[in-house]
Write a protein that binds this ligand. Structure first.
Ligand SMILES: [Zn+2]
Length: 129
């Protein structure tokens, strides 16, 4: 699915589209994906395991902010970090869910000077901000 065809989702849309899964999942399809916080994966996790349901990248903005949102002193990699959709890196993610159990995931590719790193984080709806 091409990026420009994806619907822009806000926190309410994400919350309504994914299962209220919090913590480890026993799903036979996606249970092996352990990513309460951001995890580096070699390549995007795609169909048929996960289906892409939308985007958090607002194409009306030239360049989404690189600011992060950590009101309680968390940092980027922590499982306790809020899933703050208007902030980095959530503002450039695509939204996915497991076809089997509807657990939600966010994915994006980090572009460094000499590398690209694909990352995935599951959506715990209680952490959406
Ligand atoms: Zn699943």
């Amino acid at each position: 699915m091409a990026g420009e065809t994806l619907a822009l989702m806000d926190a309410g849309a994400v919350r309504g589209a994914v299962a209220a899964v919090s913590g480890p999942s026993a799903c036979p399809d996606c249970g092996h994906l352990r990513c309460a916080g951001w995890e580096s994966v070699g390549a995007p996790v795609q169909e048929p395991l996960l289906e892409c349901i939308g985007s958090l990248r607002d194409m009306a903005q030239d360049e989404p902010t690189l600011a992060e949102y950590h009101p309680h002193g968390t940092h980027y990699w922590q499982a306790e970090a809020p899933i703050a959709l208007a902030y980095f890196p959530y503002n450039r993610c695509s939204v996915w869910r497991c076809r089997h159990c509807h657990r939600g995931f966010l994915q994006y590719t980090e572009y460094g000077g000499y590398y690209t790193d694909h990352r995935i984080r599951e959506v715990d709806p209680t952490r959406l901000a």
